[in-house]
Design a protein around this ligand. Sequence first.
Ligand code: SAH
Ligand code: SF4
Ligand code: F3S
Length: 463
Amino acid sequence: MIKDTHVPAEEMQRQYAYAQMLQKQGLGLKYCIVTLGCQMNVRDSETMSGWLSGMGFTQTAAREDADIILYNTCCVRENAENKALGNVIWLKELKKLKPSLVIGICGCMVQQAGVGEELKQRYPFIDLAFGTHNAYRLPEYIYRILVERQRVFEVWNTDGEIPEGMPAKRQSGINAFVNIMYGCNNFCTYCIVPYVRGRERSRAQEDVLDECKELVMGGTKEIMLLGQNVNSYMGGGSAFAELLEQVSRLGIQRLRFMTSHPKDISDELIHCFGRILNLMPQLHLPVQSGSNEVLKRMNRHYTREKYLETVQKLREVCPDIGLTTDIIVGFPGETLSQFEETLSLVEQAQYDAAYTFIYSPRQGTPAASYEDGVTMEEKTRRIEQLIALQQSITSKKLAAQLGKAEKVLIESASTRDEGFVGGKTPRGFMVNLPGGAELIGKTVDVRITGQGKNTLKGEMVNK
Ligand code: SAH
Ligand code: SF4
Ligand code: F3S
């Protein structure tokens, strides 16, 4: 039985009332949100930005200019946490120069057991900390800090209810993230996400469709549907394929989704790639390891053979599909031959790109107590070998695009080369081409003329 409850409408109204009270005070403050971690956090930051703009505050990218600084943190690997903490500690100096500065920290790192309390005790210059489940209460918290002069530290242990009807200030008007579900039930043994994002809960189909409709009407060109495991939307079965079909009919130019767990990917979903024209031929399908023994100890519920069969089916349905993946190197006890199985899987799967990570023990996860005889030196050697292999495959994949005619959705002006813009092909390759800012948001015909390390070069063709 799926029990997806919403934050009550009255509670949401209360939050809007706080935002309005602050807006009426005409404080005119500036805020800066620093976002670490994955797309979930990016999307959450857009909501926080929506709330803060509704208070009449303006966004700044420079922390030095801000009156309110919020760190939206990640804890998926140790280095993500170190980065957040290092940054926040640096803010102490900023606060010495501007004592009225409000420093807040939120997101996955704060949601871990005991972290909120620890931040409160150890860092008196932090004014605000909240977890992932109560983030929708930001207006109330800001009110309590600015008007009632309190420090606010609130982290809920209960799984979040689904908040609907929140504002959003999106990063881009061209491509947008849309959450379809929150949380994860998979408990891969290395992963902290289920502990900090709670159990799976799905947004109602009509709420997802309403958000997508609004985006399409507002001129958004590309939608990325987001979930930790989109295949289990509404408990699994065909619900996700159905949702995809519905969203595709709203008239969005390009549709993508992530992430898909290989254990749950259905034939029905695979066939969507052959059938739904605006579903882009791209899939992120994290494999994590090429060794069945390691996959078992990771609690992944598929084998290498099953995974490769899925890859083959996808290529049969959609020969030009671009596959990307995530791989963990040096899972506790990973032997050399098990690592070599990962190398051979990468050879076989022929990914466009792979995101590779050295295993990082996360407190409270089962794998953190697994025995690990492999040295960091050896793990580093392994990841370098894997990166080199993937780089050679990526390079080959890019070379195969040379001379092709592609439709590129221009997303931004290049920050490196003046007079250049960048955008993606349907398959997800990034292309840089000569052009001006007037092209941003347009889909142009491009001939691929060259390749960089991970990107393509092109030229517009007149049709
Ligand atoms: N829900 C998504 C992504 C989760 S986190 C999925 O299931 O694919 C993104 C990636 O971080 C994971 O795919 C995994 O490769 C990596 N990761 C997660 N926990 C990790 C850990 N403890 N150490 C190293 N990498 C990790
Ligand atoms: Fe983590 Fe596994 Fe859930 Fe992905 S599916 S978020 S890797 S527990
Ligand atoms: Fe994402 Fe990091 Fe949280 S990967 S879900 S921001 S722990």
